[in-house]
Design a protein around this ligand. Sequence first.
Ligand code: NAP
Length: 468
Amino acid sequence: MSIGTAERPLRVAVVGAGPAGFYTVEHLLRRPDLVVEVDMFDRLPTPYGLVRAGVAPDHQKIKAVTAAFDKVAAHPGFRFYGGVELGKDVTVSDLRTHYHQIVYCTGAQTDRRMGIPGEDLPGSHPATEFVAWYNGHPDYRDCQFDLSQERVAVVGVGNVAVDVARILCRTPEELAVTDIAEHALEALRESRVREVYLLGRRGAAQAAFTNPEIKELGEMQDADISVLPDEVELDPLSRTSLEQTNDRVGLKKVEILQAYARRAPSGKRRRLVVRFLVSPVAVLDEGGAVGGLRLVRNRLVASAAGTIQAQPTEQVEDLTAGLVFRSVGYRGVPLPGVPFDEKWSVVLNEKGRVLDADTKQPLPGEYTAGWIKRGPSGVIGTNKPDAGETVTAMLDDLAAGHTLQPTEPEAAAAERLVHQRQPAYIAYADWLRLNELEIARGRARGAPRAKFTRIDEMLAALGNRGRS
Ligand code: NAP
């Protein structure tokens, strides 16, 4: 009897309940010719990955994508095992015993390093931690950020840096009506931050942020945006590159920034300064904590491959700042028992097929999708075609008879295993209940929800189901 029929469903484990995980499930369950059962695991009790813990709270429209994920989760062939961690509660070997195919969709859980002196001084933090903190990720619930500082420097000019700058510049009233975590709202209410610097190492044309995001920075209720005119002048190298590639979006980005450079301050309480062509070379130590950044001025040069790169000059300046956020990109972490590409910080794979570390040949039945497959780039929707590529590989391999050979492929057997290893796991119905409770809690402050930010709190709200 072939796999994928009512008598013998294709049993798939998806590890990670973020966008890549849900898009993978969606592609799998959409097949009319195949009976599929998917068990989705996440180490957190709550689903949605970075849609919950990464997307900025003042970007609620982006979060609306969760409605599509809930629709996927309503499929009878879908189960959620929240609060179940790979490598702790279940192992790859357990999954191989219970599933025909496994898909790793764990995203990029940590930050890239800048590799400069002083990076770990108190007061220098990865932006990823600040983001997880204000979004109520339980692991970052107790982080402390010294918001009594008047000036903050954010290194990097990607969309995460922009999110961080926006959250630091918003008024408490603007934040209160978002789903920002209660503890972060309280801390930001007391914030004495007056100036936020965003620091780009290349020029305006190379900035990683997108145009809607940079436009939004010019529309803040109580923060003026400021840009230095000579730093956003279009240099010949960038102009040629934009023209040759007919990059209208890039030209528009430079125009927006040049318009900011012409803007006079309007007397708002906070100032957001976007700088270009500067690289931090050291975090300055003042009495054992962050005192600022030493910046070197860069010029733009073309690399041998034709990309435009920053080259340091002799010109150095010090920027005083009491708090530094390093927003230079996310980084994937290895999963226990899964081959890892150290250079790119992704699961070792080819088009979504996990490769054996020694032979570099595909491992039967093991796949990956999303940031842990391709690295931390792109928006949520980018994960849909990415997951599609992986699912195509999965179905081709299934058709060719290349799957794992689980000895206990029945759904009930997997459920018994999870019960035994993590009796306090959260099913999707539990999450939907938590969701309702969060929405009800949020009403009091006019917010879309007030998140539970501790796992114990979530379990208590559900009546400690399964806890002995
Ligand atoms: P990103 O877009 O890759 O930006 C990283 C930034 O850090 C770039 O400006 C990069 O400059 C800079 N950088 C890297 N190494 C550096 C160093 N050693 N010194 C100084 N600067 C350095 O990453 P991200 O902001 O973390 O965002 C990740 C992904 O999520 C992106 O695709 C982003 O668009 C997406 N995202 C989207 C939204 C949204 O749609 N609203 C919100 C958040 C995130 P170079 O360009 O010179 O390397």
